[in-house]
Design a protein around this ligand. Structure first.
Ligand code: FAD
Length: 398
């Protein structure tokens, strides 16, 4: 009998385990993951950016936990000798119509208590000579880490404190009883007093297994990256972001310095035909049927039809992708980039077609479900864990 079973060894599951052990050093803890190791999905297929919290509505969980998480992640890396580079980020308006949106982001940064600076065209050119922009915002606290390395270190710490992590254990059955919760995988069955669902792209299915209808479904959006040829690294000094579309939950194609010295360009956002489908050809009939039979999906598909089609076209054409990225760096040529990795985002969508914006938790009788943990959840992961413990588990675990 464990005290707590966590489903998912991504950063949110590991952050939650870490927070539980900090609070309850003698807790009997088990993490179950269906893959061979940590960070097999979103936590190991992302931009590796440490966000500052500038974009998010003041008072939201995203705003608060990203800001705290930013500091926590850098401290963790420093304490354990892991890579980090607080290289700063510029958010760039390339068109006149983006200037009011840029100003809104600047004001939001101030409201969220962040260090933000306005950059004139000349100041932007001094920092980023190849970037085309009318004005920009500089966010010095944004930076780069290696999230898979952080996840591996967290797992090592959790195990060294006595926590168990069992890999290749796909949770297939959950039943909440009056005194405990029963969990079964293909090979084993487990019992715990409490279960925490941090299953990312499958979090809605795990909630359903436990008997909860959360009113939202995960819709998978693939993000494809290109890698800049090393000889063109001089084009990118900071993290370079466009002004995001305020109606969209994604930040737009950006240029990212990477921990391996390379520069990534991306990601775009296309519907994935498989929840963990990293190639364009990946397809899973259950996953696709799940999306296509969901009325919420058709509502956003109608609303964002033009944007969605443009993303699809860019996904199949390097020239179109480059044209999009060239709004920020006009010197970029299609030959300067080669296809790189991809990631799939777990975005919760309600039945009435709303993309759930904030982190979202649903509490069951003996379970807690992390139903929406999109970006910046890697940045915020250790703070999301603390939030779960402080707000949702403290009374139960005593
Ligand atoms: C393309 C992309 C770019 C991003 N960029 C950034 C960024 O730069 N900065 C940032 O802060 N955030 C970023 N994010 C968001 C961030 O990566 C995620 O929000 C975060 O990693 C979510 O972590 P998680 O633990 O909830 O999910 P995951 O990392 O997906 O982990 C879920 C785990 O659950 C396991 N699992 C699922 N079902 C079962 C089951 N039935 N039984 C057992 N195990 C199961 C999976 O194997 C997986 O390991 C990005 C995401 C994507 C996809």
């Amino acid at each position: 009998m464990y005290d707590v079973i966590i489903v998912g060894a991504g950063l949110v599951g590991l952050g939650t385990a870490n927070a539980l052990q900090e609070r309850y050093p003698h807790l009997r803890l088990l993490i179950l993951d269906k893959e061979n190791g940590v960070a097999a999905h979103q936590s190991g297929h992302n931009s590796n950016v440490v966000h500052s919290g500038i974009y998010y509505s003041p008072g939201s969980l995203k705003a608060r936990l990203a800001k705290q998480g930013n500091r926590t992640i850098y401290d963790f890396c420093q304490q354990h000798g892991l890579y980090y580079d607080r290289c700063g980020k510029v958010i760039v308006a390339t068109q006149l119509k983006e200037l009011p949106l840029l100003e809104n982001i600047y004001q939001r940064g101030l409201q969220n208590g962040l260090e933000v600076h306005r950059l004139s065209q000349k100041q932007l050119k001094e920092r980023e000579p190849y970037v085309n922009g009318l004005e920009a915002i500089l966010v010095p606290d944004a930076g780069i880490v290696n999230y898979p390395e952080i996840a591996a270190k967290l797992a090592e710490i959790i195990q060294s404190r006595g926590g168990d992590i069992h890999y290749q254990q796909q949770v297939q059955y959950i039943q909440e009883k009056s005194q405990h919760v029963e969990v079964r995988t293909q090979q084993s069955s487990y019992q715990a007093k409490w279960l925490v669902n941090c299953a990312g792209l499958h979090s809605d299915r795990i909630a359903k297994l436990a008997g909860y209808e959360t009113g939202m479904k995960i819709v998978p959006f693939r993000g494809e990256y290109y890698v800049l040829d090393n000889s063109k690294n001089y084009l990118v000094n900071h993290l370079i972001y466009p002004v995001p579309n305020p109606d969209f939950p994604f930040l737009g194609v950006h240029f990212t310095r990477m921990y391996n010295g390379k520069r990534d360009v991306g990601p775009n956002a296309v519907l994935a035909f498989k929840r963990e489908g990293y190639r364009k050809t990946d397809f899973n009939s259950l996953d696709l049927a799940d999306v296509l039979t969901y009325k919420g999906f058709w509502k956003i598909a109608t609303r964002y039809f033009c944007e969605g089609m443009a993303e699809m076209r860019r996904s199949f054409s390097r020239q179109l992708f480059t044209d999009n990225a060239r709004q920020l760096i006009p010197a970029l040529r299609p030959d300067d980039i080669t296809p790189g990795p991809a990631g799939v985002r777990a975005q919760a969508l309600t039945a009435d077609g709303k993309l759930v914006d904030d982190f979202h938790f649903v509490k069951g009788r003996r379970s807690l479900h992390v139903c929406n943990a999109p970006s910046p959840a890697a940045t915020a992961s250790m703070e999301i864990g603390r939030e779960i413990v402080n707000l949702h588990l403290q009374n139960i675990l005593g």
